[in-house]
Structure formats: structure tokens, C-alpha cells
Write a protein that binds this ligand. Structure first.
Ligand code: CAA
Length: 699
């Protein structure tokens, strides 16, 4: 197929890139553009050129699927240099998104015309690389180094209006885009070439202090990432070097990024995020149910947060509480959340009122009868959940979807307690539910396909990453968290201090260590859970010291003391000698001779526990893909995205090594908690990876 075609409009040649779905710069597109430029340069019948795209968008970047394969000529940097060097004016006609290599092509054109809805951006940093076809050299020249560095480091999509202010877009048209671009091209004929690369930057205004400020401002969100620092170095080069030298520097730094394992991990996550909505048995043809109104039971932190997601996208919500006071308090919290956004300039006062207008409070189940989806977020016991579902069964209209936000409980059992089990599923939001992107969609034994399909689409509509999980204790995320927490806690009783365990995992890239997390969530929650489990069902050695703390009233951050202590009004965890005393006493009681544990050993044990449980979940069919598990851990638990999630991380270690390590732990710590997942064993023995598993079982 010809991906770049030519049509003449008078003496203007219009090149149309047509490479669905997003006109990525696959080899055929690069070759098509290069060949056309060569031909058009010498064509006396052509005065000017327009580059436009068919379909939904302008070129959305390099073809990510070609990454990793040996690069084929012509390379993109050569193509863009060729376009910029043209003597005849070249105009980009932009609709949809001009991203990455797509923006680089546009920047190499001499003019850029866009429609109002168009966006531009350099999102390469999200893929662990940097704009490697002149983007880091040309964007600072045309938009100024400050705007350029903002775009390159954030990877954000910049709206056409803002890009117009930056000087990147020359004209926004509300008429026919290609016609407007042709008009611009015709006007440019005979004028001196207008090349982005020839713009001079006033380097004096962007000295070392400017870049020191940039580094400081992004230090927190880029912790552990490889590419952002290289992006900054590229812009430094743009400011201080002539174009040719800057481009050379960009190439070197691009190669460094491309070779770094983070690039592979981040590209894995790009596709993993998009795979999750592919569910075996669900197709475009599977019917969907209409969701026009959502009911939420419980106006606590969770219920309120869940409700906000729907209100935010214009779906009205009926929110039910048992008492007026609790309802008022819950709606008050929702209002405060919106007002906080307004104070940050993200919402106007009018919008806050508009959003609040989407909420209807009620104390009566009967008021849920017009809801198409009802989600309960009430206290986490089977008895209470069944009672709530009994009420829902009574009042909900036929065809309404009934969902539980439970974190652990058996959805099959909840479903079976109703007269309409096929309408029931789990929708497990993560706290704070209005912020966290992850949503586990728990498919019960007989959840109807259209119920599942509706919820998968709905997750997208409310801007969540919805991952389908099977019914098991803790589903994907919390089930894996349990052995991870166990190993962290064991490290403490064996000799590490809580702050050492936290530091080890923080330095690995987790947003916080498990001890701090436990304090934040409330240490008493695990305590209550264990009380209900019975001592034979968990590793008592890991938790007895924690339980003693809870029994002393140390319930965590909410009471100012837990595994750490906290100064009044301060959330910074501070090591507490009293806690160490408890830990040392408990170690002595167990006859453990406390020894320092190196940080890498702590990380290894926690990671192996996480991976092994992930493999069990996968082997039992409770997750469709290893990459789905990665999506859960990255989006719900802050696992460093640059490591690609726990399963991809396991692949980078090699499953043979992972299996051997787990067997070593079995030998050392006993078989009770270290049983290798059968699937892990099988893949390791076959010399395969989780990625191989996903490829072979792609559903
Ligand atoms: N290469 C290959 N495939 C791509 C792609 C790319 N650059 N961008 C998107 N796709 C694919 C997606 O995988 C998806 O495929 P499936 O339908 O098979 O799952 C399909 O195109 C549609 O993508 P989305 O579902 O994401 O569609 P959307 O409408 O929600 O979003 C988009 C469209 C904004 C373009 C979004 O896809 C996106 O952000 N893409 C990535 C853009 C990007 O990162 N570009 C930079 C690439 S790196 C580069 O360009 C560096 C360089 O110079 C060397």
C-alpha cells in the first residue's frame, strides 16, 4: 500500500500520509516522504508542498512497534533534515495530534496550519527515550527553551491555541484544513525559506541557573527515571550549540536512552495499558447497557470518591447513606475536594456548582430504582454486603448492574445471594478513588458478558485503567500485596529496622515503603483482618510485633503513632525507639538473633514474593495476561513504571533465575510460604518469559 500519496492542487503538491490507525512513521511512511521530497524538489510543475494526513490524526509519532527491530533507512532525522532543507515552501496541515516524530516532521516544515482541536506534543519521555529527530533542537528554537523543556519533560499534549502563542502553529483555521494549508503554501512561494533550525536562541537568558531550576522542579516526579536528565541535556545543547552540533548531541543522548532497559519497560507499559481492554469473549459486537444514572451506597471517603468519577464526566449520581448526618458530611467532603481544585485554578466556582448539581443525596433505597449501575462501598463484611445486595435486589430496576467495591470478599457468593447473579460484578476502586487511575473489574463466575463489556467501556469513560480480574482473595493487587508485606515484615523481625526496609523499597522506586504505607492505611486494619483469619492462616512471626504495637494503641498516622511516630500536624514518619524495643523483644521471644539485612536482600525477598504470587494468579486464570498484572501494580500501587511492573521486571531478571531464587528461599526459609507457582516453574524450565506466555495466550 502507498502510505504517502500525492495530489496536485494548481502548483501545490499535497502529500497525504495514510497509515492507520494513527499515521505512525513506519518505514513505508519515512520512505514515502523522502522519495516524494526528492521528486518534488526537482519537479518544475510544483511550487510548494503541503503535508497532510488521512484519518483521525496527523502523524502521531514513530511506529512504536518497530522499536527494537534493526532500524531501516531512511532514518527519521534524515527525512526531517531533508524536508527542512527544501527550497520550496513546505506546510504541515495538522489535525488530531502531531506527536513525537510527527511534531518533528511538522517542525521541519516551514509553516504549520492547524484546526482548533489539534494538539502537539513530544511524549517520548513516557517511552523512556527523547525526541531524536531534532525535536529537542527545533522546539526550543521556535517556542523558546522554557516552553520546550516543559513540553519535552512533561510529554503533555499542548492545545493548538497554546502552540499558536508559542509560535509553533502559524495559523488556526475553522475552515477546510487542507485548503487553508494550500493558501498558506501559495502565499509563501517566492519568499526566503523559513527554517526552524535557523532560528537563533538568546542563550544568555538560559544559563546554568535556568537549568538548575528546571532540574530542581522536576526532581521529585522524575526520581529514578533515566530519560528526563538526558532531555534536559539536549535542551542545554540547543541553547549553547549550533544546530548541527546540537543534533549530534541529541543523537548520542537518544542512543543512550534507547539502550537503557527503562525504554523497553516503558514501551511495554504503553502496550500493556492498551491491552487491558481486550477481554476474551468480549467484542465490539457484544451488547452494552446504557448507563445514564449511577447509584452509590455509602458516602464515606470511598463512596464519595467513586461518585466524583461519574459526576466529573456528566453522569448524575444518587448517593445513599443511612443517616442524614453522614450524608451531609460525605457530600461536604466531595464539595471540599472540588473547591480545592477550584483554589488551584482547575475549576471555576460555576463548574463546582455544576458538578455538585450532579449529586442527589438520599436515605432511602427506593430512590435507587432509576439507577442503571449501583456500586456499594459499605463496611467490608460478607454479612453487611449480603444485606445491601438483598435491598438492591428488591429496588433495582431489571437490567441494572449491581457492583461491589469490596477489596477481598467473594463476589460469586455475593452474586449468588441475589436473584440476578448475572448482573453482579466487582468494581474495586483504589483510594483516593477520585485520583487513583486503577479500577479492578472483578468478573464473577456468571457475570453476563454485556455487564462486563459495559463496565470495561465505563472505566475508560471515567478515565480509569480498568483491569479485569477473577474472583480470589484480594483479586490481583491486594492478593499480591500480602506476601510482599509479609516479607517486609519478616525482614524487620529478623534484624532490619522499619526505616531500613522502607528505604530499600523506596530506593528501588516504590513511592513509599511498606511500613509507611501501613501507617498511612492504619495498622489496625491488618490487625483486625488477622484476628478474623486465625493464627494458622498467616505467618505469625511476621506480624506479632505489629499486633503488639496496635494493642498499645499505635494504630498509625491517624493517631500520631504506629510503626513510626509523627509530630503534631506532620506526616513525616519518625523512627521511634519504643517501637524498636518492641521489635527487639519479639525477636528475642522467637529466638531470632537479629542481624543486619542488606537493602538488596530486602528488595529481592519482597520482589520474589510479589512475582511468585503474580505467577500464581496468572496460572489460575485470575488475570488474563502478565501485562495486566503489571498495569495493576504500576497504576494502583506505584510500582516504578520504568521497571515495567513486577512481571516485566521478572522477565528482565530471567524466569530461570527467579525460579532458582524462590527455590533457594524455600530451602532457607522453609516451604510453608515459599512454594513456587506451577506456571513459573513451567516457564522457567521451558526457557520462556511472561511476555512469551502473553504472546502465546493472547486473548
Ligand atoms: N506506533 C504504533 N502504534 C501506535 C502508536 C505509535 N506511535 N500510537 C498509537 N498506536 C496504536 C495503539 O497501540 C492502538 O493500537 P490498537 O488499536 O491495536 O490497540 C491504536 O494505535 C490506537 O491508539 P489509542 O488506543 O491510544 O488511540 P487514542 O485515540 O486513544 O490515542 C494517540 C491516539 C493520542 C495518538 C495515542 O495513541 C498516543 O499517545 N500514541 C503514542 C504517541 C507517541 O508516543 N508518539 C511518540 C512516539 S516516539 C517518537 O516519535 C520518537 C522518535 O521520533 C523516534
Amino acid at each position: 500500500m502507498t502510505t504517502v500519496s500525492k495530489a496536485m492542487h494548481g502548483r501545490v503538491a499535497v502529500l497525504t500520509v495514510d497509515n492507520p490507525p494513527v499515521n505512525a512513521l513506519s518505514h513505508s511512511v519515512r520512505e514515502g516522504l523522502a522519495n516524494q521530497m526528492t521528486a518534488l524538489a526537482g519537479d518544475d510543475g510544483v511550487d510548494a508542498i503541503v503535508i497532510a494526513c488521512a484519518g483521525r490524526t496527523f502523524i502521531a509519532g514513530a511506529d512504536i512497534r518497530e522499536f527494537g527491530a534493526p532500524p531501516k533507512e531512511p532514518h527519521l532525522p534524515d527525512v526531517v533534515n531533508q524536508i527542512e532543507a527544501m527550497e520550496k515552501p513546505v506546510v504541515a496541515a495538522i489535525h488530531g495530534t502531531a506527536l513525537g516524530g510527527g511534531l518533528e516532521v511538522a517542525l521541519s516544515c516551514h509553516y504549520r496550519v492547524a484546526v482548533e482541536s489539534a494538539k502537539i506534543g513530544l511524549p517520548e519521555v513516557h517511552l523512556g527515550i527523547l525526541p531524536g529527530a531534532g525535536g529537542t533542537q527545533r522546539l526550543p528554537r521556535i517556542a523558546g527553551p522554557a516552553n520546550a523543556i516543559d513540553a519535552i519533560l512533561s510529554g503533555r499534549h499542548v492545545k493548538a491555541r497554546e502552540a499558536l502563542k508559542w509560535g509553533v502553529i502559524d495559523e488556526i483555521t475553522d475552515g477546510d484544513l487542507v485548503e487553508a494549508a494550500i493558501a498558506t503554501a501559495e502565499k509563501a512561494v517566492g519568499k526566503p525559506p523559513r527554517r526552524t533550525g535557523e532560528i537563533e536562541i538568546d542563550g544568555d537568558a538560559f544559563g546554568p541557573e535556568f537549568f538548575a531550576g528546571v532540574r530542581k522542579s522536576v526532581a521529585k516526579q522524575t526520581r529514578g527515571y533515566f530519560a528526563p536528565e538526558r532531555c534536559i541535556q539536549c535542551v542545554e545543547a540547543a541553547v549553547s550549540l549550533p544546530l548541527a552540533e546540537g543534533l549530534k548531541r541529541e543523537r548520542e543522548l537518544f542512543q543512550e536512552c534507547a539502550k537503557n532497559p527503562q525504554a523497553k519497560a516503558l514501551q511495554h507499559m504503553f502496550f500493556a495499558d492498551r491491552q487491558v481492554s481486550r477481554i476474551p469473549g468480549i467484542t465490539k459486537e457484544t451488547p452494552r447497557r446504557d448507563i445514564k444514572r449511577v447509584g452509590i451506597i455509602g458516602a464515606g471517603t470511598m463512596g464519595g470518591g467513586i461518585a466524583m468519577n461519574f459526576a466529573n464526566v456528566g453522569i448524575p449520581v444518587t448517593i445513599l447513606e443511612v443517616q442524614q448526618e453522614a450524608l451531609d458530611r460525605g457530600l461536604g467532603v466531595v464539595r471540599k475536594n472540588y473547591e480545592r481544585s477550584a483554589a488551584k485554578g482547575k475549576l471555576t466556582a460555576e463548574q463546582v456548582e455544576g458538578l455538585m448539581g450532579q449529586f442527589t443525596g438520599t436515605l432511602s433505597y427506593d430512590d435507587l430504582s432509576d439507577c442503571d449501575l449501583i456500586i456499594e462501598a459499605v463496611f467490608e463484611t460478607m454479612e453487611i454486603k449480603k444485606k445491601v445486595f438483598g435491598e438492591l435486589d428488591r429496588v433495582a430496576k431489571p437490567g441494572a448492574i449491581l457492583a461491589s467495591n469490596t477489596s477481598y470478599l467473594d463476589i460469586d457468593e455475593i452474586a449468588a445471594s441475589t436473584s440476578r447473579p448475572a448482573d453482579v460484578l466487582g468494581l474495586h476502586f483504589f483510594s483516593p478513588a477520585n485520583v487513583m487511575r486503577l479500577l479492578e473489574i472483578v468478573r464473577a463466575e456468571i457475570t453476563a458478558d454485556d455487564v462486563l463489556a459495559t463496565c470495561v467501556d465505563l472505566a475508560k469513560a471515567i478515565r480509569k485503567v480498568g483491569v479485569v480480574a477473577g474472583v480470589c482473595h484480594g483479586f490481583i493487587g491486594n492478593r499480591m500485596l500480602s506476601p510482599y508485606g509479609r516479607e517486609a515484615s519478616l525482614a524487620v523481625i529478623e534484624g532490619a529496622k522499619p526505616e531500613e526496609v522502607d528505604a530499600a523499597l523506596y530506593n528501588f522506586g516504590m513511592p513509599m515503603g511498606p511500613m509507611t504505607m501501613s501507617d498511612m492505611a492504619g495498622v489496625d486494619i491488618g490487625y483486625l483482618n488477622r484476628q478474623g483469619m486465625g493464627r494458622e492462616n498467616y505467618e505469625t512471626k511476621a506480624y506479632d510485633w505489629v499486633d503488639r504495637l496496635v494493642e498499645q494503641g499505635r494504630k498509625g498516622l491517624k493517631v500520631g503513632k504506629g510503626i513510626y511516630r509523627y509530630a503534631e500536624g506532620d506526616r513525616t514518619p519518625q523512627p521511634d525507639p519504643e517501637v524498636m524495643k518492641v521489635i527487639e523483644e519479639e525477636s528475642a521471644k522467637l529466638g531470632i538473633e537479629r542481624k543486619p539485612i542488606p537493602a538488596e536482600d530486602i528488595v529481592e525477598r519482597c520482589m520474589m514474593a510479589l512475582i511468585n504470587e503474580g505467577a500464581k494468579i496468572l496460572g489460575e486464570g485470575k488475570a488474563y495476561r502478565a501485562s495486566d498484572i503489571d498495569v495493576v501494580y504500576v497504576n494502583g500501587y506505584g510500582f516504578p513504571r520504568y521497571r515495567g511492573g513486577p512481571m516485566h521486571y521478572a522477565d528482565t531478571i530471567g524466569l530461570k533465575n527467579v525460579y532458582a531464587k524462590i527455590m533457594e528461599f524455600q530451602e532457607k526459609f522453609g516451604p510453608r510460604w515459599w512454594q513456587p507457582a506451577p506456571l513459573l516453574k513451567e516457564l522457567a524450565e521451558a526457557g520462556k518469559s511472561f511476555a512469551d506466555y502473553d504472546r502465546e495466550n493472547a486473548g
